[in-house]
Design a protein around this ligand. Structure first.
Ligand code: FES
Length: 116
């Protein structure tokens, strides 16, 4: 897998290559880094979605949790649930949604542009 790790504090404005799409099976997720920021990248039925990989409750990495019903990520620490397609909170001890990053697929490569 190709993972783009840029120096800290250099979050890119552009799309950055992070992985090969074929390496992420439908219904699974991985953790990548863009500009030093952790990003959860999930394959939902062949569509890729990227979220900040930090739960808004106690900062647990969502990518270490479980994907339920193919599109709900469950935080591994206190089980908050978010829709990976929108970042919206579904349930749990937190009130904020998770920022969503833009995803583009080109030539089988997954590119991410960080949300501002
Ligand atoms: S850290 Fe995610 S629900 Fe508590």
């Amino acid at each position: 897998m190709t993972v783009a790790n840029l120096p800290m504090n250099e979050a890119p404005d552009e799309f950055v290559a992070v992985a090969q799409a074929a390496e992420i099976a439908p219904g699974t997720m991985i953790r990548v880094a863009v500009g030093g920021q952790p990003v959860m990248l999930a394959n939902v039925g062949g569509e890729f979605h990227a979220l900040r990989d930090v739960c808004g409750h106690r900062n647990a990495p969502l990518s270490r949790g479980r994907l339920l019903d193919g599109h709900i990520v469950e935080c591994p620490l206190h089980f908050a649930q978010f829709d990976v397609r929108t970042g919206c909170l579904v349930d749990g001890p937190v009130s904020a949604d998770i920022p969503v990053h833009a995803v583009r697929i080109e030539g089988g490569t997954v590119y991410i542009r960080l949300a501002r």
